[in-house]
Design a protein around this ligand. Sequence first.
Ligand SMILES: Nc1ncnc2c1ncn2[C@@H]1O[C@H](COP(=O)(O)OP(=O)(O)OP(=O)(O)O)[C@@H](O)[C@H]1O
Length: 258
Amino acid sequence: MTGVADRAGGVDGADIAARARELTKAYGSGETAVVALDAVDVSIARGRFTAVMGPSGSGKSTLMHCLAGLDGVSAGQVWLGGTEITGLNDRELTRLRRDRVGFMFQSFNLLPTLNALENITLPMDIAGRRPEQAWLDQVIDTLGLRDRLRHRPAQLSGGQQQRVACARALASRPELVFADEPTGNLDSRAGLEVLGMLRRAVDELEQTVVMVTHDPGAAAHADLVLFLADGRIVDEMPQPTAEAVLERMKRFDTVRKS
Ligand SMILES: Nc1ncnc2c1ncn2[C@@H]1O[C@H](COP(=O)(O)OP(=O)(O)OP(=O)(O)O)[C@@H](O)[C@H]1O
């Protein structure tokens, strides 16, 4: 059988946007220790849209945070592109993230004192980079934010804040975008817009997207779904459909109830 780990080992390094080897992450110690990730081997293909699914507490967010270098690991190695990030100091890591990675989190992390446009361009401002205006306009218009650019987060709905966070993640055209439940707070139309935007980032701009989601419909927009359970990758599904993903997720429920 060709497992996830074998596939990971067999993929050409140049085609890998992020990789983990024997990645273990434990929280706490002693009797209360929780192993959130248990020796995970995974490769995220460059220029692809990968969704990560699994029951609550299975380690999805932890995997994303470790792959993005936002969280330290307990054991194992992580690479972003060809760079091993588990060996970097904080300064090197911050710079690498800033240059290569865009983030969308459930809690949008928007700065309350900045308006929408300033929030969108903040990562680039910090990096001393100018936004590419045509792309920025495209992102703003696709996400329907044109008439909200001067509003502060408190003056925006939850869905609009989510779209600002999406625009911020895509604005600098990072190689790699990590999205944690990017459609969680959106109505279905806004959710579809965000997913469409992520899809275009992959298809038209050769970006790489990794998205954690609970929604089989959202996962169906991806090229590949990785399934996590108890801190391990237990399955994967190329070219997913919402129905097939839902069926796979139901099997987790069955195992748990039995
Ligand atoms: N900072 C932390 N301290 C202690 N335990 C943590 C911490 N963060 C996560 N955990 C634990 O690690 C495990 C994996 O958590 P994680 O958030 O990665 O799961 P998840 O699959 O993203 O869950 P959900 O779908 O509910 O968001 C859980 O058991 C969780 O309680």
